[in-house]
Design a protein around this ligand. Structure first.
Ligand SMILES: C[S@@+](CC[C@H](N)C(=O)[O-])C[C@H]1O[C@@H](n2cnc3c(N)ncnc32)[C@H](O)[C@@H]1O
Length: 261
């Protein structure tokens, strides 16, 4: 289900707050950048999936290129774009992090004002190469929007659930997983993510932990609508305190905006 801007609808605090926090930051950034440039933005969403990020940006009037290896995801993306009458602003291409440069490198359109890599750095074969590939597709002054799963949050949630061996494994293993049955393919540390971004000539301008509390609080403690509303309010307060020195690392995911000079 999507709302009238093509965003996934909320299905409770845990599913809603991530989309809302990231999208809110993107909305503010894209509106400011459109005003600066005097035109809609050219946006690339690598691993864009079914268009949860891309379609709202197309509804806002921007021109989207979505690259994803999954034909099913691209089918759903096209359908979602059609439902919102923005199919003319959404180019859907089958490809991946290894092929994206060749796929979109077809003239001036290759220089994107915004490149999104949300929930995808976890699954690519070579994260550094993937960041390098998309950084090379940014226009001067363009911005990279990265959302990645974080290790520290998973350590805390496993420990608070009494899964101490898993918490230790997530902390110690280079890939940040608790084992082969961990559904997450990889998790990252904030410092390593910022180093990776800087290594490709990008300057982080916004760093925010996303979903700091919604996954930490056991659902057994949320007895009422009032509890759930209070949790959302706490999460909103955390989002508003994006400059806090610790909250960034504690988020279930980290959202980084980084610009190219
Ligand atoms: C967790 S989903 C994230 C989808 C979307 N970006 C979002 O935030 O909702 C990961 C996406 O990455 C895509 N993907 C998998 N391997 C990839 C690769 N090597 N390069 C680019 N995308 C890939 C998947 O098909 C999937 O759509």
């Amino acid at each position: 289900m999507a709302d009238d801007r093509g965003r996934p609808q909320r299905h409770g605090p845990a599913s809603g707050s991530r989309t809302t926090a990231v999208q809110r930051v993107l909305d503010a950034y894209t509106e400011q950048r459109r005003a600066d440039l005097g035109r809609p933005l050219r946006v690339l969403d690598l691993g864009g999936g079914t268009g949860g990020t891309a379609v709202p940006l197309a509804v806002a009037g921007h021109d989207l290129t979505v690259v994803d290896p999954s034909p099913d995801a691209l089918f759903s993306l096209r359908r979602r774009a059609a439902e919102h009458q923005v199919e003319h602003r959404v180019r859907a291409l089958q490809g991946d992090a290894d092929t994206v440069r060749d796929l979109v490198n077809d003239g001036p359109d290759a220089a994107f004002d915004l490149v999104c890599l949300h929930g995808t750095l976890e699954v690519v074969d070579d994260p550094a190469a993937a960041v390098g590939a998309v950084a090379a597709l940014l226009a001067p002054g363009g911005t990279f929007s990265l959302v990645v799963a974080q290790r520290l949050h998973a350590v805390l949630t496993r420990a608070l659930a009494g899964q101490l061996d898993r918490a230790k494994a997530v902390l110690e293993r280079p890939d940040g997983r608790w084992g082969e049955d961990d559904p997450a393919p990889r998790r990252f540390d904030e410092g390593a993510v910022l180093d990776l971004v800087r290594a490709h000539g990008l300057t982080p301008v916004h760093v925010q932990g996303v979903r700091v509390f919604t996954d930490l609080v056991p659902s057994a403690l949320l007895d009422s609508e009032a509890d759930r509303a209070a949790l959302l309010a706490l999460e909103e307060a955390a989002a508003a305190a994006a400059d806090h020195p610790l909250l960034g690392s504690l988020g279930s995911a980290l959202h980084v905006l980084a610009t190219r000079d």
